[in-house]
Design a protein around this ligand. Structure first.
Ligand SMILES: [Zn+2]
Ligand SMILES: [Zn+2]
Length: 102
């Protein structure tokens, strides 16, 4: 059975889906996904999540600032903010609008 050296993390897959990785890295990931259903499935989920992701992220932004999210949610927001300028702006606006944060 084919054993990949390492699976790809959500962040790498997000970057791949957004076309932010180098051509060599993308080719490596595609080769990996030919043999790895788990990473392929994750890519499909990430694509799907990106379509709905902004709504979900903006619902979670307040909780993210208050640090009340569970770890899955905060990783989702964290990753989404790195990749989505729109939500990063929204996050910045909310964070700036709050007193007491330096
Ligand atoms: Zn894999
Ligand atoms: Zn977004």
């Amino acid at each position: 059975m084919y054993a990949p050296e390492e699976h790809y993390g959500n962040k790498e897959i997000y970057r791949y889906v957004r076309g932010l990785v180098s051509i060599e890295a993308a080719e490596r990931m595609e080769a990996h996904m030919c043999d790895c259903d788990a990473c392929l499935l994750k890519t499909v989920q990430v694509r799907h999540e990106m379509i709905q992701g902004c709504g979900k992220a903006s619902r979670l932004l307040e909780g993210y600032l208050d640090e009340t999210l569970n770890s899955t949610e905060s990783v989702f927001v964290e990753t989404h903010l790195i990749l989505c300028d729109r939500c990063a702006d929204e996050y910045g606006a909310i964070a700036n609008g709050r007193p007491g944060h330096s």
